[in-house]
Design a protein around this ligand. Structure first.
Ligand code: RP5
Length: 177
């Protein structure tokens, strides 16, 4: 199967994670998802589709992406953020939504739109903005790592490195006391 095989690395020839966004103005934030995936050598693709403004292109893409081996979708959108829900309506693969602070309501609108999905069509809602974009990528990696041991190992190493960094901060702050 594509993407995630236990005990083996990921097939880097085709994207296993799809990062879609509602507009090219979302790219600055959604690039952060791609950067994390690149660090873990998980191939992804970045695409622009609007749930409201290009519904036909979106539907065609989601089906093609599934056939092409995409296992997890990350969808970032601002304002009346319908994109994660629209992707979720078209696939049975996990959809991770990132609310973007691009409107006058600074992402609270997008957060509520993504989080308040009706029962039956789940889309996860991450934090607003860069933290959400980064965590969507990490969550996608965690999902893939369930059936991919090398990726699980990289996640453990990432957590250990993160803990060491906080330990260094603690040592630095403690010396001031
Ligand atoms: C949303 O509206 C997009 O996801 C974007 O965050 C926001 C603004 O889009 P543009 O007007 O820049 O195309 O649908």
């Amino acid at each position: 199967g594509p993407g995630a095989e236990p005990g083996r690395g990921i097939d880097v020839s085709k994207p296993v994670v799809s990062i879609v966004m509602g507009s090219d103005s979302d790219l600055e934030t959604m690039k952060e998802s791609a950067a994390i995936l690149a660090k873990f050598a998980v191939p992804c693709e970045l695409r622009v589709f609007s749930a409201h403004r290009s519904p036909n292109l979106l539907a065609r893409y989601v089906r093609a992406a599934e056939r092409g081996g995409v296992m997890v979708f990350i969808a970032g959108a601002g304002a009346a953020a319908a994109l994660p829900g629209s992707v979720a309506a078209l696939t049975t693969r996990p959809v991770l939504g990132v609310p973007l602070p691009s409107s006058h309501l600074q992402g609270l609108d997008a957060l509520l739109a993504i989080a308040q999905m009706p029962a039956g069509t789940p889309a996860a809602a991450l934090a607003i903005g860069v933290a959400g974009a980064k965590n969507a990528a990490l969550l996608a990696i965690q999902i893939l790592a369930l059936s991919n041991r090398p990726l699980a190992g990289k996640l453990s190493a990432f957590k250990a490195a993160q803990e060491r960094e906080i330990g260094k901060k603690d040592a630095r702050v403690r010396r001031l006391g």
